[in-house]
Design a binder for this molecule. Structure first.
Ligand SMILES: NC(=O)c1ccc[n+]([C@@H]2O[C@H](COP(=O)([O-])OP(=O)(O)OC[C@H]3O[C@@H](n4cnc5c(N)ncnc54)[C@H](O)[C@@H]3O)[C@@H](O)[C@H]2O)c1
Length: 265
């Protein structure tokens, strides 16, 4: 069965799909025949993405939701189940990224990071599990990060994401016997609007990061979307609890260091 055949008609929920990687995944999943429920807090971006995807003839609906609001998550996920009849796949992609340095992080900012990036994913997973268990089928993808594996800045964000990586393992092991699989995708640097404040501070930031990437470039949303499409499809049906690293080779080693060690720079 092709990826297209196995994604056709599947109901896929993607959080944080108003821009960036989430939007790219939504466009690609729709192109593969998925039925899409988009969850996003910025209404204009949500509406624009829904409009863009609907124009391709795909089935898509938007659910304006703040993942920090438990009641809204419960209500909107009930609405998704009612509107589509089921939820086959959930992609937890939404996040917030604020202060970089622990010392400069307010308690509010720390709490927001955990609340949206980690607890928001707990809320969505808790919302979809009962119906998935009833049908003995479900596929959950959490978008993690290399920051959860090694220190590259963004302290509270990295801690929240490390929790999300652990949540993947919990779901995979506890609910695997109920037909549910759960995996983490681990992106390296992806040039998106999330980087805008850093680009404003340093317009050559992506160029400066290149030496750390063995494949010679930072990533683009499509790099992540391709991996997610594979995980959404039945081609990956025996994958669960895994961390699929999509990082241009970053985590494989400290690229600029070996040349210094060998004196081969
Ligand atoms: N861009 C990178 O370099 C990079 C690297 C590693 C991992 N990631 C991960 O990839 C995913 C997408 O990143 P991106 O660069 O596209 O980020 P982004 O900031 O462009 O997109 C995140 C989306 O989440 C939405 N969101 C924020 N708070 C929300 C809330 N309370 N409720 C609902 N939606 C909310 C935002 O409005 C936005 O549309 C994230 O999980 C991120 O951690 C990104």
């Amino acid at each position: 069965m092709s990826v297209e055949q196995s994604l056709a008609g599947k109901v896929v929920v993607i959080t944080g799909s108003g821009r960036g990687i989430g939007k790219e995944m939504a466009i690609d999943a729709a192109a593969h025949g998925a039925r899409l429920a988009l969850v996003e807090v910025i209404k204009e971006n949500l509406d624009a993405t829904v409009k863009e995807i609907a124009a391709t003839g795909a089935e898509v609906r938007g659910y304006h939701t703040d993942l920090g609001n438990e009641a809204q998550v419960i209500e909107n996920f009930k609405a998704i189940e009612k509107d589509f009849g089921k939820i086959d796949c959930l992609v937890n992609n939404a996040m917030v990224h604020e202060a970089e340095d622990l010392v400069k992080t307010s308690l509010d900012s720390w709490n927001r990071s955990l609340s949206i990036t980690l607890t928001g994913s707990f809320l969505t997973i808790r919302a979809v599990l009962p119906e998935m268990m009833k049908r003995k089928a479900g596929n959950i993808i959490n978008i993690g990060t290399v920051n959860a594996k090694t220190m590259v800045g963004s302290d509270s964000y990295s801690v929240a994401k490390a929790g999300l990586h652990a949540l993947t393992r919990t779901v995979a092991v506890r609910y695997g016997p109920h037909g549910i699989r759960c995996n983490t995708v681990v992106p390296g640097t992806i040039a998106t609007d999330a980087w805008q404040s850093r680009v404003d501070r340093n317009p050559t930031i992506f160029e400066n990061l290149k030496p750390w990437y063995p494949l010679g470039r930072v990533g683009k949303p499509k790099d992540i979307s391709e991996a997610v499409i594979f995980l959404l499809s039945d081609k990956s049906e025996w994958m669960s609890g895994s961390e699929m690293v999509v990082d241009g080779g970053l985590l494989a080693g400290m690229a600029p260091m070996y040349k210094i060690v060998e004196g081969s720079d």
